[in-house]
Design a protein around this ligand. Structure first.
Ligand code: C2E
Ligand code: CA
Ligand code: CA
Length: 396
């Protein structure tokens, strides 16, 4: 049960300068928040049932910037520090910053009214300054990303996917790069988290689909001998949850007169958290003939139940397993289990992050079909990818 407290008429609830360790929710009665200037009370706000007060000190851990007393007998629910602090810590850093900026403004206003401006100034809190910097960096990055999207600076690079038994390039994965006028070529690790958490993912995702499907006929003309040549495109849960997703995908496919079977959509287990619309879209994509690969399998909250429910065609073995499988028997067992799981579900297997000849040879023995990794090539811009393909239609 929540803790309650009753204050008599005119009883002081807290005074300016007190350390605030709780906020209050008014269940019954009414209170006045006020300042004192030259021993005269300056009313700031009258509050009644259902309203909250005293939260400012909890949010920025500063002393009370105003006083409060009951106007009538008041029954108050105590809101404890921990109840709010956990939520504030978990909030988006930008929201947290904006909240603190608003509080600072309110406190300054109160100081101006009471004429005590600057009196309570404390040494700046280092963690607060760091938090501010992080939040400002984040806002700055979000703005630069939005500008980059408008300036058409996000493009797909292509990494070959190889049949590991014949060495032939059988497809490629489109991997986004940000070609920034300021900073040059930027990899997804520097911006994808921010893109994923903002609505920009829908714009960036749409751009990558459109651009890679414009490039696919060019790629296919170079790989005309490889009639099943495919392109793999990473699609996040939020894109699948967007009701416009299939319309955009189908429009881009129709413009290039492409077959859906040449297009593989890569999704991660996180799609399970994107809601029922995302799963329905997944099924519709499969019904339309798109191939569906589960990416980074085994690195998230894998559930075999999910993988059996999803209409998949391919399973990608994450780089972390490929890198460790030679030195650590446990990882080799995981890789073997993933392979037999994929085989029993009739899925193609693609091993990621192959860097060494020894890794390739082991994967060949393990009956993996396809692979990608720096041993073959890193992701390249379209023209360099085409040069690579022309130079050696057969690699490895
Ligand atoms: P991912 O889908 O798992 O892509 C594979 C990543 O591993 C790529 O990093 C690739 O460059 C890298 N890689 C491939 N072979 C090797 C190797 O042999 N060694 C090492 N060390 N790395 C290798 P990249 O391009 O930095 O992309 C990182 C992640 O960003 C991707 O991981 C994917 O989750 C995300 N991403 C990239 N492009 C898109 C996109 O267009 N849309 C979405 N939603 N996500 C994308
Ligand atoms: Ca991928
Ligand atoms: Ca992956």
């Amino acid at each position: 049960m929540s803790e309650q407290k009753i204050f008599a008429t005119n009883e002081i609830i807290f005074s300016e300068g007190d350390l605030g360790d709780c906020a209050y929710l008014i269940e019954k009665g009414s209170v006045l928040v006020y300042l004192v200037k030259d021993e005269v009370e300056i009313p700031l706000k009258y509050l009644g049932e259902g309203e909250v007060f005293g939260e400012m000190s909890l949010i920025d851990c500063s002393p009370r910037s105003a006083s409060c007393r009951a106007i009538t007998e008041s029954q108050l629910i105590i809101v404890k520090k921990e109840q709010l602090l956990n939520r504030i810590q978990e909030a988006d850093p930008v929201v947290r910053l904006l909240m603190k900026v608003l509080l600072e403004r309110l406190r300054t206003q109160n100081e101006q009214i009471s004429g005590k401006k600057g009196q309570k100034k404390q040494a700046p809190d280092i963690s607060l300054l760091q938090e501010k910097k992080q939040a400002l960096d984040r806002i700055g990055l979000e703005s630069r990303i939005a500008h980059g999207v408008d300036q058409n600076e996000f493009v797909p690079f292509y990494q070959p996917i190889v049949d590991i038994h014949t060495g032939k390039i059988v497809g490629c994965e489109a991997l986004v790069r940000w070609i920034s006028k300021e900073y040059g070529v930027i990899s997804p690790s520097a911006f994808m988290d921010v893109v994923e958490e903002s609505s920009q993912i829908l714009k960036v995702g749409k751009l990558i689909i459109e651009k890679s499907l414009i490039d696919l006929p060019i790629l296919r003309s170079v790989f005309s001998h490889e009639k099943n040549f495919f392109i793999s495109i990473n699609v996040s849960g939020r894109q699948f949850a967007d009701p416009q997703f299939i319309l955009h995908l189908e429009a881009a496919r129709a413009r290039g007169r492409l077959s859906s079977q040449q297009i593989k959509l890569e999704l991660t287990e996180r799609i399970m958290t994107a809601g029922p619309q995302a799963l329905a879209t997944l099924q519709s994509c499969r019904d339309l003939g798109y191939r569906l690969a589960i990416d980074d399998f085994g690195t998230g909250f894998s559930s075999l139940q999910y993988i059996a429910q999803m209409p998949l065609t391919d399973l990608k073995i994450d780089r972390s397993f490929v890198t460790k499988m030679r030195a650590d028997k446990k990882y080799l067992s995981v890789v073997q289990s993933l392979i037999s799981l994929a085989q029993s579900l009739d899925l193609n297997i693609i091993a990621e992050g192959i860097e060494l000849q020894e890794e390739l040879e082991l994967l060949q023995q393990l009956q993996v079909n396809m692979g990608q990794g720096f041993l073959f090539s890193k992701a390249l811009p379209l023209d360099e990818f085409l040069q690579l393909a022309r130079r050696r239609k057969k690699i490895a």
